[in-house]
Design a protein around this ligand. Structure first.
Ligand SMILES: NC(=O)c1ccc[n+]([C@@H]2O[C@H](COP(=O)([O-])OP(=O)(O)OC[C@H]3O[C@@H](n4cnc5c(N)ncnc54)[C@H](OP(=O)(O)O)[C@@H]3O)[C@@H](O)[C@H]2O)c1
Length: 290
């Protein structure tokens, strides 16, 4: 039996991927949700629809380092191993400005920093063949482009940044590249990949404004359109199928097909800067991967 942890699994892509993964009885699925009422409802629905009783909901708020630590401790004590981690939870740039209880920008903390800490805390219980996915976006390279302002400017913004969502999704790609390098250097047989679901109008993302935004996206950026059913099919395949298990450091695009990302997303200096700052912010010590 393999254990899969999916963050933000009570709705949208996380929920559909959890459900499709649970259809395979070889998998136990942990729904990591910030709202336990929604988490329990999702768990019941997945058990009812799949007949797989091996589904659990557990509390996790990726914007809180304390919550991430508590969640990781509980998962390790309860499950002993994690075979697949899907870092999916995310919020859009239209989230109210403000800092988290740890003093970080809410989008940076929710989409990147909490997942950074969670991943590093769980790696010690990930066996050979384990897989890590970060749900990024083609918005890592938004229309009009993006400049890398440095990690400090993302974590502690001095002014409103209309690109903070895009920057957080670029951080997801940077994290995967650096994580892949460090896993290999530590001799770990664990893969790390990013996934782009494309624009999905049917999720609760952007405070449920997907349907309203869809006609404009279809007209202006048709190449960015995604589909919740197709993307969750692909992500569940990546999670469950062994044939894809050897691929690492890739960006899967709305499918099990990998593509190249923006030129900026391969900047190794920025990748290292993000890693080192995230280590400081989370209070972790090197070597983070032993
Ligand atoms: N929708 C799109 O067009 C699109 C395009 C590209 C990439 N993506 C990415 O796809 C991923 C999933 O988004 P979605 O479209 O499926 O949206 P969604 O339906 O809003 O799902 C997001 C999930 O993340 C959870 N979440 C938000 N903040 C959290 C926190 N602090 N701690 C724990 N969980 C948290 C949400 O929980 P609550 O229900 O409690 O809010 C929800 O379960 C995100 O990473 C997003 O960036 C989406």
């Amino acid at each position: 039996m393999k254990t899969v942890v999916i963050t933000g699994a009570n709705s949208g892509l996380g929920f559909e991927t959890a459900k499709k993964t649970a259809k395979n009885r070889d998998f136990r699925v942990i729904l990591a949700c910030r709202n336990m009422e929604k988490g329990k409802k999702a768990k019941e629905e997945i058990i009812r629809e799949t007949g797989n009783e091996n589904v659990a909901a557990m509390q996790l708020d990726t914007s809180s380092l304390k919550s991430v630590r508590a969640f990781a401790e509980k998962v390790i004590a309860q499950e002993r191993k994690v075979n697949v981690l899907v870092n999916n939870a995310g919020i859009g740039g239209s989230a109210p400005s403000g800092l988290t209880e740890d003093g970080f920008d809410i989008v940076f903390a929710t989409n990147h920093l909490g997942h950074f800490l969670l991943t590093l805390l769980l790696i010690p219980v990930m066996p050979d063949g384990a897989k890590i996915f970060s749900v990024s976006s083609d918005m890592h390279n938004p229309p009009g482009g993006i400049e890398w302002k440095g990690v400090e400017a993302l974590a502690h913004p001095a002014e409103e940044d209309r690109n903070r969502y895009a920057a957080s999704k670029l951080c997801n790609v940077y994290f995967i590249h650096e994580l892949h390098r460090r896993l290999a250097a530590a001799g770990k047989k664990i893969t790390a990949n990013a996934f782009n679901p494309g624009f999905m109008a049917d999720t609760n993302f952007s405070r449920g404004r997907g349907k309203e935004m869809e006609p404009r996206i279809r007209t202006q950026w048709p190449e960015r359109i995604g589909d919740l059913a197709e993307s969750s099919d692909a992500l569940a395949k990546l999670v469950t199928e062994d044939t894809l298990a050897y691929i690492s450091n890739a960006f899967f695009d709305r499918s099990t097909r990998a593509i190249f990302t923006s030129a900026l997303s391969y900047n190794e200096e920025n990748e290292k800067e993000l890693w080192e700052a995230s280590m400081r912010y989370t209070g972790l010590e090197e070597p983070a991967i032993k």
